[in-house]
Design a protein around this ligand. Structure first.
Ligand SMILES: *Cc1c(COP(=O)(O)O)cnc(C)c1O
Length: 340
């Protein structure tokens, strides 16, 4: 099976397993795990932010980031296809009393005016006040799209002028940085809180981090424990993340090239070709066929894809597939879409 469902499906490499086994450990609830502490300091410095909090999942670091910026009963504004809106099981409402309003885009990159229009800080006694805006870079369901730096700067200015928080879901910020050459600290400077994932393209088995000011991260450390997600000797997992930062960032350009190979192969056959991918995600329109049917048929032929909408499927490239796999998978999917 060529598994293109997600870049989360990778297994740790032998070098990573070795690093995990060798990690120095301590109790992280007491903030005594040296490997976790070193990772938190390292990533915070990388993004030019004061502090970091190692978390079990991106969904948890997004929850904590939004929770730190939005009071119960206030709203967070985001894209209708955002991970926080679609893929976190309503956590922001269920666990933090946060409501949401969304703007709609094709590819996850909004016009500034769309955000401006929704923004209502201090809405008074009748309307919901905006606590924060959330952006996703790269945008997952938008097809791995990159938020242009100028757009991020404009949204950041807008939010700061309005006194509203700004959270970045940077699960795949690594892919954006590799594709654009933008420094991580340039991204970090624009946001109040940033979440990043080690378990996507970087290939670690588990782990995410929330970054922000020392004060925010201290509050979030308490809230993480409140949610039952304080962990103990987590240094083995932090060692995997640290190994991934050392060895798996530059190679993301291989994943981007492989996504291009997949998209081109599909386009040779498919009447509705996918857009050329900017990073490691290809969203393929399925024409008249339901996405669920395309996913089932592709699986019969040895290609695993995922459903992202009624008529859209997604392929994601990663550490455990090569260009040859992607060429073959693209041919299979393209032929399948071209059948009457
Ligand atoms: C994967 C992902 C996350 C976090 O997912 P977890 O499975 O909770 O780690 C957050 N945001 C985006 C855009 C993602 O793709």
């Amino acid at each position: 099976m060529i598994d293109l469902r997600s870049d989360t499906v990778t297994r740790p490499t032998p070098g990573m397993v070795e690093a995990m086994a060798a990690a120095a450990l301590g109790d992280d609830v007491y903030a005594e795990d040296p490997t976790v502490n070193a990772l938190e300091q390292r990533v915070a410095a990388q993004f030019g932010l004061e502090a970091g909090l190692f978390c079990v999942s991106g969904s948890l670091s997004n929850q904590l980031g939004v929770w730190s910026l939005v009071e119960p009963g206030q709203e967070v504004l985001c894209d209708a296809g955002a991970h926080i809106a679609r893929a976190e099981m309503g956590a922001h409402a269920a666990n933090a009393g946060v409501t949401m309003r969304t703007w709609v885009t094709d590819d996850g990159v909004a016009e500034l005016a769309q955000i401006e229009q929704l923004l209502s800080p201090d809405a008074g006694p009748y309307l919901v006040s905006t606590g924060a805006v959330e952006l996703e870079n790269t945008h997952n369901f938008g097809g791995g799209t990159i938020q242009p730096l100028e757009h991020l700067r404009a949204v950041s200015r807008l939010c700061r002028d309005a006194g509203v928080g700004l959270h970045l879901d940077g699960a795949r910020i690594w892919n954006a940085a590799v594709a654009t050459g933008v420094d991580f600290a340039e991204y970090g400077a624009l946001f109040d809180t940033v979440s990043v994932c080690f378990s996507k393209g970087l290939g670690a088995p588990v782990g995410s981090m929330l970054l922000g000011s020392a004060e925010t991260i201290a509050r979030c450390r308490v809230q993480r424990k409140r949610l039952g997600a304080g962990w103990r000797q987590a240094g083995g997992l932090a060692a995997a993340a640290s190994y991934a930062l050392d060895h798996h960032i530059d190679r993301l350009s291989d994943d981007h090239a492989a996504a291009g190979v997949f998209a081109e192969a599909v386009a040779r056959y498919a009447p509705e070709a996918p857009a050329a991918p900017q990073t490691n995600i290809v969203v393929v329109p399925t024409g008249g066929r339901p996405a669920t049917e395309v996913v089932a048929r592709a699986a019969e032929q040895g290609v695993a894809l995922s459903v992202v909408g009624g008529r859209r499927v997604r392929a994601v490239t990663h550490l455990d597939v090569n260009r040859g796999d992607c060429e073959r998978a693209g041919e299979i999917v393209g032929r399948l879409l071209a059948e009457d």
